[in-house]
Design a protein around this ligand. Structure first.
Ligand code: AMP
Ligand code: MG
Length: 357
């Protein structure tokens, strides 16, 4: 057990004295859970091997699953990466700070423990004022994965972090809810054409617009099956998973009413087998399940998938907390914009238990 302190920092106007306190923990080789605009991260001084190792231990994360290096200015980019291609410079100048992670060649300064001994490094500049202030004040790039126990849904509030990591980390910064609620988009720029390793809060379409070319989108980036470990090391593990069984029910969303009725059949079928199901669904279709007496967790409107993404991990955790629910069925969403990230997370969370109706 580690003694865990909790520090409440205003996300809009971070109190410099509190940020200094948190940065002091990083500088002394401690590990700190901090808010970003995507999800909460668990950070350590990138250049301190022992500190980075503590991140893996606290999360019980396999050591072959590399971390993202979070930076606060462009000098730090050239400190941790080499051979930075022009495409990286254009994406970074357009989207940083923001929820886009770039995979680049790693510099000798970054210890192997951060990158799982690969010759590449994942880098991003987060847009959250507390994250940026913390990195600046620490004076070093902060290596961080999401601040959850390995395999669990990523934390979108400090309460989620407390639930998973209290007693395992030195400090938890509480700045309320994160903005996007899904992790950053990861693009591998060491390959030509560039490859999408993980869809996330930055829509792929926007990245393609700036690059002027299409990304390669491997099936695993859509959440369809396991990743090739050589390409995306962390992606082979079960991720985002609730403890209860989750099934994703996919179909034709252009005929929404007909689709939801078919989902309802699948759900009622489970109920007749004696299971007590809940449905994760869109605002538009929620009443169809409610009318049939099914427990509903609304994710948000299909017309604004941003909201769906934002609520997703919270909803997955909520299912686990419902005493009268045995399993969950999730509606599918169109794989456009943030919908691609939503479907990647849902399919992976289900352990690829996908039904087509
Ligand atoms: P997390 O922030 O918890 O979502 O974890 C960061 C993710 O970034 C990992 O799961 C990796 O798949 C990915 N990542 C980080 N570094 C690399 C790298 N060098 N090569 C490929 N993927 C990486
Ligand atoms: Mg993670």
């Amino acid at each position: 057990m580690v003694e865990t302190r909790i520090l409440r920092i205003d996300p809009e106007r971070p109190d410099p004295a509190l940020v200094r306190e948190a940065a002091e923990v990083v500088r002394r080789g401690g590990i700190v859970a901090f808010p970003t605009e995507t999800v909460y991260g668990l950070g350590a001084d990138t250049y301190n091997e022992a500190a980075v190792r503590k991140v893996f231990e606290a999360k019980m994360r396999p050591v072959d699953n590399p971390l993202i290096v979070h930076i606060a200015d462009f000098d730090q980019l050239y400190e941790v990466a080499v051979d930075v291609p022009p495409s990286a410079a254009s994406l970074a100048s357009r989207f940083w700070p923001g929820p886009l992670t770039l995979l680049l060649r790693k510099s000798a300064r970054v210890p192997g423990v951060v990158t799982a001994n690969r010759d590449t490094v994942a880098v991003r500049m987060p847009a959250h004022p507390v994250a940026l202030a913390l990195i600046r004040e620490s004076g070093v790039p902060i290596a961080a994965p999401s601040a959850n126990l390995a395999g669990r849904p990523s934390p979108t509030t400090a309460e989620h972090v407390v639930r998973d990591l209290y007693g395992r980390v030195d400090l938890i910064i509480d700045s309320g809810d994160t903005v996007y609620g899904v992790e950053s988009t990861i693009v591998d720029l060491t390959r030509d054409p560039p490859v999408l390793l993980r869809p996330g809060a930055m829509p792929v379409e926007e990245v393609e617009r700036v690059l002027g070319e299409r990304l390669v989108i491997p099936p695993f980036a859509r959440g369809l099956g396991m990743a090739d470990a050589a390409l995306a090391p962390g992606m082979k593990y079960r991720h985002y998973a609730p403890l209860k069984r989750l099934t994703v029910v996919e179909g034709d969303y252009t005929n929404l009413d007909g689709y939801a009725r078919k989902v309802l059949e699948v759900v009622l079928d489970a109920a007749t087998r004696g299971s007590r199901p809940a449905v994760l669904c869109s605002t538009e279709t929620a009443d169809i399940y409610r009318a049939a007496g099914i427990r509903v967790v609304e994710l948000g409107p299909r017309s604004n998938v941003f909201v769906v993404a934002r609520n997703l991990f919270k909803a997955l955790r909520a299912i686990d907390e419902m005493p009268d629910v045995d399993e969950a069925f999730a509606e599918g969403f169109e794989e456009k914009g943030l919908g691609l990230a939503v479907m990647n997370r849902l399919r992976k969370a289900s352990g690829f238990t996908i039904v087509r109706v």
